[in-house]
Design a protein around this ligand. Structure first.
Ligand code: C2E
Ligand code: MG
Ligand code: MG
Length: 446
């Protein structure tokens, strides 16, 4: 067997590592040990390198490498790329637990002194692929290449599907990648073919069921699949960046709808659209918004932007300036899903926010857990102090609406009043809500 190892067990270059794995596979003794390829990746190292320079970044890599080496002196390490390396391990089947080994490896590279260094970058991701049983000499190279690919794929998927920084490859991972590729291709087509539709959900005054706002929620009218809910495609749209184009279409369709309603003689309340973090970084967002609020009879007062706390963490100064400019003109900003993210109260003081939307998770438990009611009261108090409207999301039961009113929260949104509906049903919905209130002057269903 050719040994590509240098003195310290390091194999430089991916092809050499794979060749070494193939050689081991072909020469496996009986009874066959489990052969495990780990891929250890430090996803934050590239950004760290840019900021702190090559020397500091290499020092972290070296450290990680040394710790991995110390942890597994018999293993073979291949240095494959700037931000990752692979480790080949052989184990007796009797005791091997790959997740346990990964946890120990992670501990070894993150513990003590290394912890401080690694704290400077995103946490390491460990992927693993296991081979059981013999391998024929002819198939060894193909198998080694495949094991290496699987381990790397698992490491890449750690941030999304891993646990404790680790993911063991299974065929499901390939399926995930395949379906996400298919989804992103269909989304690209959907953007080109304008397959997105908007449904609108009312925000109501809990005291009289008057419609005081509308939230536009995107649906994907995918040919052959019916209307798809955002949960099935927004995150892929964000990962691929397609959310920028989808979001622009949403803003346009929503403001076009406002113009249509006005043209038909119905004055709609302010319409909110959800804006994702990536969209807020898009330099064209300004012209998209300005174009939309200049359509027909539309005014800036017709538009609200819903941002989440997560969005605010990553935003740039340019985005901040844009929001200030828009506020001056009359476009408002709501903070969505309030209470689920980082809830820095600093935002309330510094940013041009005019609405806080209390996340549905608080509302869901409000009737059973008095602590949620207490939290709502605090948020309402904050809103009053800062001159910010407070809205409760996800109201499904009369009891929830009643407690919210007791807590001083007077605006709400939820299935109790209406599910999101197509635009043509909205003017009639306003009348139906008024009628519901007249018949039963509480926030109850008829
Ligand atoms: P969100 O902005 O917090 O919107 C509220 C979600 O809660 C909507 O789900 C709405 O249908 C649902 N909802 C409203 N009332 C109730 C209720 O009483 N009970 C329950 N169980 N759910 C209720 P939807 O339409 O599926 O949207 C989910 C999320 O997708 C939105 O959460 C928003 O984050 C995102 N989204 C929707 N449209 C867009 C869009 O145009 N752009 C972007 N970037 N994200 C969007
Ligand atoms: Mg929203
Ligand atoms: Mg929300």
């Amino acid at each position: 067997m050719t040994d590509f190892r240098s003195q310290d067990g390091l194999i430089v270059g991916g092809t050499h590592f794979i060749a070494f794995v193939a050689a081991r596979l072909a020469a496996l003794p009986s009874p066959f040990p489990d052969l495990v390829v780990f891929s250890l990746s430090l996803p934050g190292i590239a950004a760290f390198r840019q900021t702190y320079g090559n020397e500091a970044a290499d020092e972290i890599l070296q450290w990680t490498y040394r710790m991995a080496r110390r942890f597994a002196p018999d293993a073979v390490l291949g240095e494959l790329a700037d931000d990752s390396f692979s480790i080949l391990h052989e184990f007796d089947q009797a005791w091997v637990s790959v997740p346990d080994i990964a946890a120990e490896l992670r501990e070894a590279i993150s513990g003590h002194d290394a912890g401080r260094r690694l704290a400077l970058i995103a946490p390491p991701s460990i992927g693993a692929a296991v081979h059981h049983g013999p391998a024929s000499r002819g198939a060894a190279l193909e198998l080694a290449t495949e094991l290496h690919r699987r381990a790397k794929l698992a490491a890449q998927l750690v941030p999304v599907h891993g646990q404790d920084g680790f993911l063991l490859y299974s065929p499901a991972e390939d399926e995930r990648v395949r379906s996400s590729t298919v989804l992103s291709q269909s989304l690209r087509q959907a953007v080109a073919n304008h397959e997105f539709r908007l449904h609108y959900q009312p925000l109501v005054d809990l005291r009289n069921l008057e419609m005081v706002g509308l939230e536009a929620l995107v649906r994907w009218d995918q040919p052959g699949s019916g209307l798809r809910q955002p949960a099935s495609f927004i995150s892929e749209a964000e990962t691929t960046g397609l959310i920028v184009q989808i979001g622009a279409q949403v803003i346009n369709v929503a403001m076009q709808q406002v113009d249509d309603w006005i043209g038909a003689g119905w004055a709609p309340p302010r319409v909110a659209v959800n804006i994702s973090a990536i969209q807020l970084q898009d330099p064209d967002l300004r012209s998209v918004i300005f174009g939309a609020i200049a359509l027909g009879q539309v005014k800036p007062e017709n538009l609200e932007l819903e941002l989440t706390e997560r969005t605010l963490i990553t935003w740039s100064n340019a985005a901040r300036l844009l929001l200030d400019e828009l506020r001056e003109m009359g476009v408002t900003v709501a903070l969505d899903d309030f209470g689920t993210g980082y809830s820095s109260l600093q935002y309330l003081k510094e940013l041009p926010i005019s609405k806080l939307k209390i996340d549905a998770s608080f509302v869901r438990r409000i009737a059973s857990d008095r602590r949620d009611a207490a939290l709502v009261k605090v948020i309402v108090g904050l809103g009053e102090a800062f001159g910010i409207d407070v809205i409760a999301e996800g109201i499904e039961e009369v009891a929830q609406a009643e407690i919210l009113l007791e807590c001083g929260c007077t605006i709400g949104q939820g299935y109790l009043f209406s599910r999101p509906r197509p635009a043509q049903q909205i003017p009639a919905l306003q009348l139906a809500l008024r009628q519901r209130h007249q018949e039963k002057p509480s926030c109850q269903h008829p």
